[in-house]
Write a protein that binds this ligand. Structure first.
Ligand SMILES: *Cc1c(COP(=O)(O)O)cnc(C)c1O
Length: 231
């Protein structure tokens, strides 16, 4: 677990260097620690080192972990970043703070209906298939404006921005292109009257490129927790 502390420090240094290089202030980027497949104790270790926002991919695994870590619930922000099917929306609406993987209006509508009245609105991002990969989930860029307007009008959720998982690319110039496309799409939506502030992009391998293009939230797993048993 001591490695988690050192790894977190290294990731914070990478973020700081990337922000400096981009002329951005360091606290304009939030680090989301992706704890999928990692044990509750690994989350505790990161928490002890000051980490507060955690991202999970698999709904049942996440719900079990949130229950195990109930003593930290008020201090941790839980983000769902993996696919969400409509039959799983209720526990997600009840247990999470954010969902980054909205790829259909229907999912957002269900989350809005099912978000308990006593909780703050659920914070949402639309997932965009920015590299145009046939197998990847996410909305096509052309679909995003209409869905964004409809989601932004829902009462119990708050649309915050866009999320993407670009195709892996070798060098930073190639990595930057899809991140720039996502930033441009966000700017288009804001020019149309929305007020979105979140670009969820950048992972262990490409967070520098994402920050150079305006990422406000980077989702980092292996660089913090080490390699995973399953992807
Ligand atoms: C697993 C995952 C990450 C983290 O990936 P790493 O390469 O381990 O940093 C980020 N975003 C999503 C959507 C993921 O599924």
């Amino acid at each position: 677990m001591t490695t988690v502390i050192g790894n977190l420090q290294q990731v914070h240094s990478r973020i700081a260097r990337a922000c400096t290089a981009a002329g951005r202030v360091v606290d304009s980027v939030t680090l989301l620690a992706v704890s999928k497949t990692q044990s509750p104790d690994a989350v505790r270790a990161a928490f002890a080192a000051g980490q507060r926002a955690f991202g999970e991919n698999y709904v049942q695994e996440a719900l079990d972990k949130i229950t195990t870590l109930a003593d930290l619930r008020r201090q941790i922000e839980w983000h769902l970043i993996g696919p969400l099917q409509s039959n799983k929306t209720r526990p997600v609406a009840e247990a999470f703070d954010w969902v980054h993987s909205i790829d259909r209006l229907k999912i957002a509508q269900r989350l809005s209906e099912q978000r308990p009245a006593g909780l703050a609105p659920l914070q949402l991002c639309l997932q965009v298939n920015i590299s145009g990969e046939a197998s990847k989930s996410g909305l096509a860029p052309a679909e995003v404006p209409a869905v964004a307007r409809a989601v932004a009008a829902l009462p119990r959720v708050r649309l915050r921005g866009l999320m993407a998982i670009p195709e892996p690319a070798g060098d930073e110039a190639a990595q930057r292109a899809p991140h720039r496309a996502l930033r441009d799409l966000l700017a288009t939506l804001n020019a149309q009257g929305l007020t979105l502030d979140t670009l969820s992009m950048g992972m262990s391998a490409d967070l520098e490129a994402a920050i150079a293009e305006g990422a406000t939230m980077v989702r980092v797993g292996t660089a913090i927790f080490g390699s995973r048993a399953r992807a």
